[in-house]
Design a protein around this ligand. Structure first.
Ligand code: PAF
Length: 283
């Protein structure tokens, strides 16, 4: 089947309306393009669980701060379409900014509890931008299921909360982080890393692996686990830690001891890349 690329909202709606009328389920993989194996793992899952898989490719200006990398964000539509065609994806929704936002666009969706810390501190307004675009994608494409990577763990929880709070009829599915052989979590932003920076970028996954091993050895105190995380990151001189925190895995509230399922989340800057990673600990 030839891949269909819809750049217009109505085109995508029409295509999916026919699929829905034929009784088919729809799985959505929202992306900002420059696809890697992490995205493709979501696509494969969506293809396996739905009759139609739609992938959206849209670099959403609303979720970038004024001094962030919107213009520099890597883009390669030709390569993305080739990859998705070889996975057998039926529909790609790839609108331009003008198609998604009227010049006088003035409605923002804002989640108020889970968005103000971790990545929300360094990127004010980021999750408003994410919620707004994801809700628009849900309204346009009306998927039965939507697939998000667990690398963006806070994003996943914020979207789950939005779906619950606004009674959206979509099932949100989180999928495991895909890593390079040395542990680096796949991210489109890894392309910003120079050779030496790339070598140092393993700091994040190494630190999380170390957190896991002290946890496995019996440590439950968050302060001690985070001391280990910081120590590992500090041993990589090109890596500047932005945050290392342990929070409840569902509501992201701060925790002192690992007495329930928690997420250990880290963000760091390496050259011009800002990278995030996380791991779940479950007592
Ligand atoms: O995770 C991403 O790539 C983006 O935040 C998303 C969910 C596609 C919204 O623009």
């Amino acid at each position: 089947m030839k891949i269909k690329v819809a750049t217009r909202v109505n085109e995508a709606r029409e295509f999916l309306k026919r699929k829905r009328e034929a009784g088919g389920t729809i799985g959505l993989v929202p992306t900002m393009g420059f696809l890697h194996e992490g995205h493709l793992s979501l696509v494969r899952r969506a293809m396996g669980e739905n009759d139609t898989c739609v992938v959206s490719i849209f670099v959403n200006p609303l979720q970038f701060g004024p001094s962030e990398d919107f213009d520099a964000y890597p883009r390669d539509m030709g390569r993305d379409l080739d990859l998705l065609a070889s996975e057998g994806v039926e529909l790609v929704f790839a609108p331009g900014v003008d198609e998604m936002f009227s010049p006088d666009h003035s409605t923002i969706v804002s989640e108020k509890k889970l968005s103000g810390f971790l990545c929300g501190s360094a990127r004010p307004g980021h999750f408003d931008g994410v919620c707004t675009i994801v809700l628009k994608l849900f309204n346009i494409l009306r998927p039965d299921r939507a697939y998000f990577g667990e690398k963006d763990y806070q994003q996943l929880q914020v979207i789950r909360r939005m779906v619950r709070d606004l009674d959206l009829e979509v099932k949100v599915i989180g999928c495991p982080i895909v890593r390079e052989e040395d542990g680096l979590a796949l991210s489109s932003r890894n392309t910003y890393l120079g050779e030496a920076e790339r070598e140092q970028a393993i700091a994040l996954s190494r630190a999380l692996a170390q957190a896991r091993s002290v946890f496995d050895a019996g440590e439950r105190g968050c302060r001690s686990i985070l001391d280990v995380v910081r120590m590992v990151v500090e041993s990589y001189p090109m890596v500047s830690l932005e945050y290392a925190e342990i929070r409840d895995a569902v509501d992201l509230s701060p925790v002192k001891r690992v007495d329930r399922k928690v997420v250990v989340a880290v963000a760091a800057r390496i050259g011009r890349a800002r990278l995030i990673d996380n791991t779940i600990l479950c007592p």
